[in-house]
Design a protein around this ligand. Sequence first.
Ligand SMILES: C[S@@+](CC[C@H](N)C(=O)[O-])C[C@H]1O[C@@H](n2cnc3c(N)ncnc32)[C@H](O)[C@@H]1O
Length: 355
Amino acid sequence: MKIILLYCRAGFEGECSQEIQEKASLVGVFGYCKTSKGQGFVEFVLSNAKDAHKVFNKVQLSSLIFTRQWARVSEPLEEVSREDRVQPIIDLLLSENRQVCGRVSVDSPDSEGTANLKTFTRKFTAPISKALRQNGLLTAKQDASLNVLCLFFSDFDKVYIGELDSQNSSSDHLGIPRLKFPKGAPSRSTLKLEEAWRTFFDKDEWYELLGGHQKAVDLGACPGGWTWQLVNQGMDVFSVDHGPMDEELMKSGHVTHVLEDGFVYKPPKKVDWMVCDIVDKPKRVSSMIIDWLVGGYCTKTVFNLKLPMKKRYQEVQECLQLIESALAENGLSCRIQAKQLYHDREEITCFIQVI
Ligand SMILES: C[S@@+](CC[C@H](N)C(=O)[O-])C[C@H]1O[C@@H](n2cnc3c(N)ncnc32)[C@H](O)[C@@H]1O
C-alpha cells in the first residue's frame, strides 16, 4: 500500500507531517505528505509502496507525538455512489485478494463540520460488516490477533481502504479514548490527566505506577481536576496554586493547599509524583521539570508543554532534547513519552519516569 494515513488534531497537520517524515527517514523510508490545514489527517505518500510495512515494523505509534491513529491504505476510491457504497468496496477488496481481517473500523476525520459524516460512518458499520462476512473478508467473531480493515471516509463519496496494524495501532476508535467525565471532579481538565495515564501506561502497570498510597505534588492545581485524579488513586496531594481549590475535594482530607509559586515551590520531603498544568513558556516548564527530577524531588511526572503559535514542532523537539540531555548528563535513566492527547488543545502532554 502506497499511503500511510495519519490521524491528528485538526490544525496540527504540519507538525504531524514533519514528524512522520523525520521518523520515516531515520528508518530509510522516504515520501511526501499531502494535507490541508484543519482537515485532521495527513497522507504520507511513499516513494516505494513496499515501505509501508517497514515503517509499521520500525516506528511505534507511541513514539509519534502528533499522530493519534494510523493506517496503511491504497489510493482512495472516489465518486463512490451514495446509493450503494457497500458493493464497490467489496468488489475492490475481492479483486485485490485481501487477507481476512479480524474487525472493521469505519473512520472519518476529527475535524470541524464532519458531524454528519461521523453519523454516517457509525450507521455504515453494520451493513458493511455483514457484507464483508458474507464475502469471507471478515472473521465471524472479532479476532484481535488479525489486522483491522480500515475504511476511512474523508468525505461521503471518498474512501481510503486499508488496514490498522494489529500490533501497532490504537485500539480506540480514531485513536480517541472514550472517557466519561467523573462525577464529583472539579474541572474538565481532569480528563487530561486520566487520558495521559491511559495513553502512557499499559493496563498491568497501572497499580505499580499509581497504587499503594503514594505522595504527589500538583503544580497549578486549581480548581483541582488533576488533584481529584491523584486522590482518586489513593494519593495524598500538595496542591500548589494561589487560586481557590474545590471545597468538596478539600473535605477528602487528602489535600494540602499550598499558596505558593509553582516554579519556586519544592516539597518538604521527596514525593512519588509531580504533575504540572501551569500555562507558561515550554522552556520554563522544561527547566523546572529538570530541577525536580535531577534534584530527586519526585520520580514520576506528567506535565503539559503549551505550544507557541509558530514553530511548534521545533519547540517540542528543543524542549524534549533539553530534558533528555540534562537527565542523561546527571546519570538518570528515564522513560520519556509525549503525546498530543485528545483533551489537549494547543499543547502536548509528557510523562517521565526515572528508572
Ligand atoms: C489550566 S489551570 C489548571 C487546571 C487544573 N489542572 C485542574 O485540573 O483543575 C492552570 C492553573 O495554574 C495556576 N498557575 C499559573 N501560574 C502559576 C504559578 N506560577 N504557580 C502556581 N500556579 C500557577 C493558575 O492559577 C491556574 O489555576
